[in-house]
Write a protein that binds this ligand. Structure first.
Ligand code: DC
Length: 220
């Protein structure tokens, strides 16, 4: 049975998943699961501890809060979300996320976030592995150059200096790694709908996805 309380948004990095997921959560008053941020948090813990069992323990001591339809992660009382968004954490998350131990340590945690309330789940394997029964599954794509430009502006806004050419290369390499990994590779679920955001703004993508969601949840 399909669960209409869950919308999954998968796709490569910087395809616009995060902004779309937030806008959808806000529009529908759903909770947002930013699974990439969980992978980043787990990598942050692993970099500190250098082994999976200690990383899991440290990870479970972190606090997750929803602030204005965004997921934030706190270590003790410090909001570490902006640290987790840095490129060095993204690189280490991409490497660690190919390991079975990492994925096993995060899967039930992600499923537990789905309760009776609505959930928008953003990631790479939300529709294929974590929530295969989700009622609406979107696979959001965009050209690598468009994605690099978005990431460039995002990083520039947070004061991180980056080179556009390096970003395009990094994005391509990370996509390849995410697609090629053996466990939970980045790929569309059979019952997902692909949306290409290269030439669309957020409002346009949101309208397309809301239409798909309404169609899927229409009473017959
Ligand atoms: O979406 P993001 O850039 O915050 O994700 C960080 C890394 O985590 C990315 O390299 C892929 C990995 N990831 C994953 O393997 N599975 C998910 N469901 C979400 C993210």
């Amino acid at each position: 049975m399909k669960n209409n309380n869950i919308i999954t948004i998968d796709g490569p990095s910087a395809s616009g998943k995060g902004s779309l997921a937030k806008a959808l959560a806000k529009k529908l008053n759903f909770l947002l699961l930013d699974s990439g941020l969980l992978y980043r948090a787990y990598s942050y813990c692993f970099d500190k501890t250098e082994n999976h069992s200690a990383a899991k323990e440290l990870f479970s001591s972190l606090r997750i809060n929803s602030i204005d339809y965004e997921m934030h992660i706190f270590e003790k009382n410090m909001d570490i979300t902006s640290i987790l968004r840095r490129e060095n954490v993204a690189k280490s998350a991409s490497k660690l996320s190919s390991l079975k131990e990492t994925r096993d340590n995060l899967i039930s945690f992600q499923r537990d976030l789905a309760g009776d309330h609505g959930l928008v789940a953003d990631g790479r394997d939300m529709g294929t592995v974590v929530f295969p029964d989700a009622g609406t599954k979107i696979f959001l794509v965009a050209d690598a150059e468009v994605r690099a430009k978005r990431r460039f502006l995002e990083l520039q806004n947070t004061g991180q200096g980056v080179n556009m050419r390096d970003l395009i290369d990094d994005i391509r390499l990370r996509d390849e790694a995410d697609k090629a990994r053996e466990i939970s590779p980045l790929m569309p679920a059979d019952d997902s709908i692909e949306v290409n955001s290269s030439n669309l703004n957020l409002q346009e993508v949101l309208e397309i996805v809301l239409k798909i969601y309404k169609e899927n949840t229409k009473e017959v």
